[in-house]
Design a protein around this ligand. Structure first.
Ligand code: SF4
Length: 441
């Protein structure tokens, strides 16, 4: 039997854009993207409604290549969900349990030490930690968790605790839920104990109606943004998510993206000022009037985000991770959830609207690796990592053991026509020899 090597599939962006744009409503948007102009909310709505999804994909690919060339980032990571016991019961959540429910669990510090040791022995560079809002674990447990990881696996970057958990920790530490001081205090304590960055979970969709209907007791969108703003001020990089495909509208999604874009503008202005970059936020790299901080890839003049621990005195949003709602076992099980083209289009629109986010992630755990390949060709530059254990959501009844090998990730990227590059949590290239690794300087 002859085995054929997979042929990388490539749709050249120029060719795709040169092909007939079948929807006239897209023409001014095509011009704006080619000229590097920022898109409006109305543009975003056209991108969501046009039948010409292929032009939308080609535009997203163009922006993705401007920022990341032909690189497809991946990392070697481990997820740890320390407890599924949660005081809340968000309607779209199938993860949470009450203390006496079947399947409720919490990790001891010894369990956490073992997981961190396993992670570091397998060559992981990152541990991604989130859990429910445990009603009884004291704040000290979280500090001890971080210290234990630093103790047994000092090189692991710990990306941990959603904004929702941070507000919960401020409450249990008796620092209050409201105001900035308690949040800042919690973040400072966690950082000192070993926290490296914040994941992007818990954002859902920033809209009051959606909040009231699906996760009323969870923090509001404004509060989520506050936590990330303070994290950036404390020098922590963060990510952002958008959980879509339930009761929100496309206009809600656009608003969510606009709020993130606005926050990132503010953060990047601070970042650039701190680093003495001659950033003119009202003029783009070719002197055209522009109302935002613009990111350019390394081949262009202008602001290129090349973070290092030394230069990251101010944190910022690294990546957006669009998360499709998965109805199974949730209180919204009657909803259909989004399908493939909807997932692809949402990613494309996010890539085009969020012109100041360096990265877009196709989270294969929720999108599938096959879909992540298509997403790489339509705006995504990151396919996440090897993962291993993930208990939050399951696609089509998958178990909690969800693992791909580095070879799987590399193959997926190459087949899609991209150059797979391992990254650390801060998007620095990693050089690897088996389990040994170092960050490229
Ligand atoms: S989404 Fe988070 S806060 Fe809401 S019920 Fe699930 S674990 Fe708890």
């Amino acid at each position: 039997m002859t085995t054929l090597d997979p042929t990388p599939v490539s749709f050249g962006t120029e060719d795709r854009l040169a092909a007939t744009v079948t929807d006239g409503a897209l023409r001014p948007i095509v011009d704006r993207v080619l000229e590097g102009q920022r898109l409006s909310a109305d543009d975003g709505m056209v991108l969501f409604s046009t039948p010409d999804i292929w032009t939308v994909g080609a535009l997203a690919d163009l922006v993705r290549r401007r920022l990341n060339g032909d690189v497809a980032w991946y990392n070697v990571n481990r997820h740890l969900n320390y407890s599924n016991i949660c005081a809340l019961s968000c309607k779209f959540c199938s993860f949470h349990r009450k203390k006496d429910d079947d399947g409720a669990y919490e990790y001891s510090l010894d369990d956490i030490r073992k997981e961190a040791t396993k992670a570091t022995e397998s060559g992981a560079t990152e541990m991604h930690i989130v859990g429910g809002l445990h009603p009884w674990l004291p704040f000290q447990y979280y500090l001890d968790m971080l210290s234990a990881i630093v103790d047994v696996a000092p090189r692991l970057h710990v990306k941990a605790f959603t904004a929702v958990e941070i507000v919960h920790l401020a409450r249990i530490a008796k620092k209050g839920r409201d105001g900035d001081d308690g949040i800042r205090w919690v973040l400072q304590q966690l950082k000192e104990a070993g926290l490296g960055s914040l994941p992007g979970g818990g954002a859902e969709v920033f809209d009051d109606r959606v909040h009231a209907e699906t996760h009323r007791t969870k923090i509001s969108g404004d509060r989520w943004l506050d936590v990330h703003r303070i994290a950036h001020e404390e020098g922590l990089n963060t990510n952002a998510t958008m959980l879509y495909g339930h009761v929100e509208t496309c206009a809600d999604r656009i608003r969510h993206m606009q709020l993130l874009r606005q926050e990132q503008d503010r953060t990047l202005r601070t970042w650039a000022t701190e680093h003495g970059l001659a950033l003119e936020s009202s003029v783009d790299h070719e002197g055209r009037p522009h109302d935002a901080v613009v990111l350019h890839g390394p081949d262009c003049t202008g602001l290129a985000l090349q973070p290092t621990p030394e230069t990251c005195a101010t944190g910022y949003y690294q990546t957006l991770i669009p998360l499709p709602f998965i109805p199974d076992d949730s209180a919204l099980e009657h909803l259909p959830g989004p399908m493939g083209l909807e997932n692809l289009r949402t990613l494309c629109v996010a890539r085009l609207m969020l012109d100041n986010f360096p990265h877009m992630k196709a989270f294969w755990i929720m999108q599938t690796l096959e879909m992540a390949q298509l997403m790489l060709q339509n705006g995504a530059d990151d396919i996440d990592g090897t993962v291993v254990w993930y208990d939050i959501t399951k696609v089509d009844g998958a178990g909690t053991h969800q693992e791909v090998t580095v070879r799987d990730l590399q193959r997926a990227a190459r087949e899609a026509g991209f150059n797979p590059v391992e990254r650390d949590t801060l998007y620095r290239s990693v050089q690897r020899d088996g389990r040994e690794w170092r960050v490229e300087s």
